[in-house]
Design a protein around this ligand. Structure first.
Ligand SMILES: [Zn+2]
Length: 351
């Protein structure tokens, strides 16, 4: 697997600092050698881009440092709750929702985003019930939302547009009530475009789909694999941009939701819900984004979901696109694996 060296690019350095005049902080004592504190830094390149992730090994030995923001107190009036429908934008053609499933209360609503920045920008509110934690997510509600996303994706693709689908949950969402945003761009989203270029060049060089290669390389190592089903491969990626980042990669050849069968949508919804619940219960993640990565046509690409817990990105990340994480992906996978039932995939530790 010569290509694996290209996928798992890692550098290791030892950085040295003088301890403070008053003495070494206790958590760094074990890294002290003589009058210097030595700390190992592991830097890794993302499989699909030139994005680098930096991990300080001494930080990684500390307990998890997931930070939680209290985002909403129960009892506030909500724009997306039943009874507030008149506060949301109305569809030009129907004079109301683009789609509403169920009556009292409705089960799902699809309506225009009041502040659009995408072509055909709409909100899918997947449940009428106002939920407060990711632990309340429901697979049935999510599969219904995925069906609507598939329909909209097909419509955008038929019009020569790139579908854009994402979800903001908790901190970062302007409205807390669970919802997805769906729309389209006239060109590929920036990150997806970068990934397509890399995946195309990888396929050209090795005659192999890059996502299949990632799956094979990570299955062989086992340490970042969380769970694998007949249709999906779930892993903590080699070079995450945020603590607790998780990817769900479709194993089939599909590159967009439009190519998914009903059973593909069901398994995707069920596993996504399980992953989000596990992030919530095991790592106390409350605030996150989910991005659906799809393209119209490209055998070198693959439909996948990226789950990105919210972490405060500062100068290095925002200004320079150099990412630091405190929790290594191996630790994330080890925390989620038992809950998601992937124990049998644990194997010897290799970088
Ligand atoms: Zn609500």
């Amino acid at each position: 697997m010569k290509w694996a060296e290209e996928l798992l690019v890692e550098t290791r350095e030892t950085l040295r600092v003088l301890p403070p005049l008053e003495g070494t902080p206790p958590e760094l004592a074990e890294f002290q050698r003589g009058s210097l504190i030595e700390q190992k830094v592991v830097s890794r390149k993302d499989y699909l881009s030139d994005t680098w992730c930096h991990m300080n090994a001494s930080r990684a030995s500390r307990p998890f440092t997931f930070r939680s923001w209290s985002v909403e107190a129960p009892g506030r009036a909500c724009t997306f709750c039943p009874g507030s429908e008149a506060l949301t934008a109305r569809d030009v053609d129907t004079g109301g929702d683009t789609l509403r499933l169920g009556d009292h209360p409705w089960g799902l609503r699809l309506f225009p985003n009041l502040y659009p920045w995408l072509q055909g920008h709409q909100n899918i509110v997947e449940t009428s019930s106002h939920k407060f934690t990711l632990g309340e997510l429901d697979a049935e509600e999510e599969v219904r939302a995925l069906r609507v996303m598939r329909e909209l994706s097909l419509r955008f693709l038929a019009g020569g547009l790139f579908p854009v689908i994402f979800k903001n949950q908790g901190f970062g969402a302007s409205i807390f009530h669970f919802h997805w945003q769906v729309g389209a761009l006239r060109r590929p989203p920036t990150r997806i475009y970068r990934e397509m270029v890399v995946a195309d060049s990888f396929a050209h060089r090795w005659g192999l789909n890059m996502f299949d290669a990632i799956i094979e390389a990570e299955r062989a190592r086992g340490v970042r694999l969380i769970v694998e089903t007949s249709t999906l491969f779930v892993l903590a990626p080699f070079a995450p941009r945020t603590n607790g980042e998780v990817w769900l990669i479709c194993k089939g050849p599909m590159v967009n939701l439009g190519q998914c069968r009903e059973e593909d949508l069901s398994s995707l919804a069920a596993l996504l819900v399980d992953v989000l619940k596990a992030l919530n219960s095991e790592l106390r993640v409350e605030n996150l984004c989910v991005a659906l990565n799809q393209v119209p046509e490209d055998p070198a690409y693959r439909l996948h979901l990226k789950v990105l817990p919210i972490k405060s990105w500062a100068g290095a990340e925002r200004g320079l696109e150099e990412y630091t994480v405190e929790v290594p992906p191996e630790q994330v996978a080890a925390a989620l694996r038992p809950v998601l039932g992937g124990r049998r995939f644990v194997s010897a530790s290799k970088p």
